[in-house]
Design a binder for this molecule. Sequence first.
Ligand code: WT7
Length: 644
Amino acid sequence: MKKRGIQYVVKKSDGFYPSEEMKKIANITDPQIYEKAAKDPIAFWGKMAKEGITWEKEWDKTYVEKLPYFEWFKGGKLNFSVNCLDRHLAHPDKTALIWVPEPDTEPSIKISYEELHDKVCKFANVLKANGVKKGDVVSIYLPMVPQALIAMLSCTRIGAIHSVVFSAFSADALKARIEDGQSKILITSDGYYRRGKPEDLLTKAKNAAKKTTIKKIIVVNRIGKKVRGRRFLNFEDEIKKAPSYCKPEMMNSEDPMFLLYTSGTTGRPKGIVHDTGGYATQAYWTCKWNFDLHPEDIMWCTADIGWITGHTYAMYGPLLTGATTLIYEGGPDFPNPGRWWKIIQDHKVNVFYTAPTAIRMFMKTPQKWITKYDLSSIKILGTVGEPIDKESWMWYFRTIGGSRCPVIDTWWQTETGGTLINTIPGIGPFIPTISGKSFPGVKHIIVDDKGYPMPKGRQGFLAQQSPFAPGMLHGVFNNHKKYVSTYWEKFKTMYDTSDGAYLQNGLIRITGRTDDVMKVAGHRLATAEVENAIHDNKVVGDCAVVPMPDKIKGQVPIAFVVLKKGHPSKDLEQKLKKHVDIKIGPTARPARIFFVEDLPKTRSGKIMRRILKSLLIKEEPEGLMTLVNPSSVEKIKDTITENP
Ligand code: WT7
């Protein structure tokens, strides 16, 4: 029987607001909190860190800034896994993690805080026994299985730095990340289930580890492959043999906790460094306030652990707050498009967090797959990753939320560690396409390219002002120059988000990236990365990749290729796409490759991607005057029209 859930929002003329029921339960309802925090953001965060996080030793200085670096809670000591696990052991049987395997013949698994603590201690001992020490980088290449969470937390137990690589990334992509971090241990699985089939992961992992620093590969057995060889250890076997307690390593607040690689404007992804204390504070409070997470809540964030959203909201945030997190192994529409909604019904999910690309996909599926399930347990809906249009927002609000739940449109980045701009459920307003305000204690400003504030309502660059949020990155791994040039060169004393935005009635509306970064089904990709992969091919003379709007994925990469000589062979498009799969992964595969004679270039040789973009969306391109080869444009236009 379907129930109607609690009404958490009311409609007013300018948007939706929290209802009395929402205000009754919300962790924060005071609209003055923004001004209060702004009076002294450093003191505000000091108070938040003290209340939310368990410290072994309190810090000496709350905030120290020597741009382009800044430190939070300097001198403070803590262990991250203690904050996620040990401190919740007063309720040992409380479920920490629900794991839903893809095959519906396999039952879901619930892991209590006590069991998780036990496994994390044991696996931390396994890592130690294999020579992992504080400050070492450990590579994790795992699908959505509980062992991923165990592996990550075990690293934080002993002060090792984890570097998780998205399991759909290729061997080459993994190898590059292993080499950058010089890791000696790789944790992976033999495979995983995706859309009803076992997918191999081990072959990619093995190939990636060849001729690198990797000494041991610890393998989770998921699809029953035989694994043999001296370099391999079995995850569960090792856990069984390991001592059951592992003393937590006390870390400085500023010690790095993890690396996560993300795309910038160049061909090589960079290792974003996140610290311990500041990250923990922001992950904890954004879960409490933005997702209104209570210990009795079940949160399901659909992001993969290969992304920051998976780190902070599928794993760490919910555990820091002592709530329950749900993770699902497989495809959203397997065995049918009702799968996600059945999971919500079966497990009574309270907080659901996903990406616009998924929302758009489900808008297009027959609605009976959704409406047949009872979604009355939902309290809050979140979206992240790219701008969400009004129609999708309203659909999400009505169909999934039953017009009862706040939709929070959370803006943030791999670099920010946690959500930074969105509406707080207990405060409101929830307005389609508007993200909202900066989290209390954080300041964003919309500026022109020189850093001067834009007039109200005008679009400009989104920048963050000092003091920078505690969860913010602490550098690019082994690459100070890149850190400075990417984030600090433009505005010097402000963090450059590379996003565009404008203010609407004092609330922030995000317009999207202002650099050569695409968002393909929510995945962040540099056009240059895809270009590099295509360039690898000897027949390619010149190449440009541009994003094209896509109804489901938001954007898809389209490549324009000039051959060194001759005409493309029949299978060249396929061949080049395959190569992109090998270099990066299928997420980066161009939707189309157009073979052209010439690319529009300026006198200095710069390819005018903007012109290519216009041609793709059938807009009249501007700025042809600046080209050395304006005639190339007509020809490309013809190529696009002739090959729809
Ligand atoms: C970029 C960061 C950290 C969350 C997952 C993505 C875009 C993110 C929104 C939003 C409009 C958004 C921005 C940002 N983005 N959230 N709510 N509305 N755009 O992390 O892969 O590091 O990508 O995603 O362009 O810069 P990411």
